[in-house]
Design a protein around this ligand. Structure first.
Ligand SMILES: [Zn+2]
Length: 198
């Protein structure tokens, strides 16, 4: 007999949601819908750091999360607007954040944004959007490229050339081209990418 996983299985299937109270899980219109709410712990005021659990109001956030079994997952999250009890704080209320789940104002979870970003690094816009669509993530190629642009540049140990030159070479005129990146100060090829004519 297999051991009962309980909380561990929740964490495996819904990482980031395990700190919340999941109230409802349903499959509707081919979308896995999760309704969750804040667990009610104290949260720090972003202005003064005073911790509070005094509720002013509840607010809804709608987030897209990683697909489950090829189906998109939509999270309807109820979070609290809390009263800051700091005596000198200019901010009277603030919305609690769930940083492990989603960035402030984000419409996608951290892990879904990570998946889009890693796909963009390897496939860029059009191909990235197509592959993500097969996996159950519907995003435009513009969104894929925007996500790519937000990623930090990889660290490199080699010095960055002060001047770069970019040139196109026709491998088969009208059909196949190559883009070259050349360091002008010490002329040598830094990179090349093949592409077809459009
Ligand atoms: Zn405050």
């Amino acid at each position: 007999m297999w051991p009962r996983c309980g909380r561990d299985l929740d964490e495996l299937l819904f990482p980031g949601l395990s700190s919340l109270v999941v109230e409802e899980l349903a499959l509707a219109d081919a979308v896995v819908r999760v309704r969750a709410r804040s667990a009610g712990a104290e949260a720090p005021c972003p202005s003064c750091g005073t911790r509070s659990r005094r509720v002013h109001a509840w607010q809804l956030r709608h987030l897209s999360d990683l697909p489950v079994a090829g189906r998109p997952m939509a999270v309807e999250l109820r979070v609290r607007r809390l009263v800051c009890t700091g005596r000198t704080c200019p901010q009277r209320t603030f919305r609690e954040q769930v940083p492990l789940l989603a960035a402030r104002y984000a419409r996608r979870t951290v892990r879904l944004t990570g998946m889009i970003g890693q796909t963009a690094v390897r496939l860029a816009g059009r191909a990235g959007s197509a592959v993500l669509g097969l996996l159950g993530v519907t995003v435009s190629r513009s969104t894929v490229l925007r996500t790519l642009m937000t990623l930090p540049l990889p660290e490199t140990t080699s010095p960055v050339p002060p001047v770069l030159s970019v040139d196109d070479v026709a491998l088969c005129r009208g059909r196949r081209y190559m883009t070259m990146v050349i360091a002008r100060a010490r002329p040598r090829l830094r990179g090349a990418a093949h592409r077809t004519a459009r």
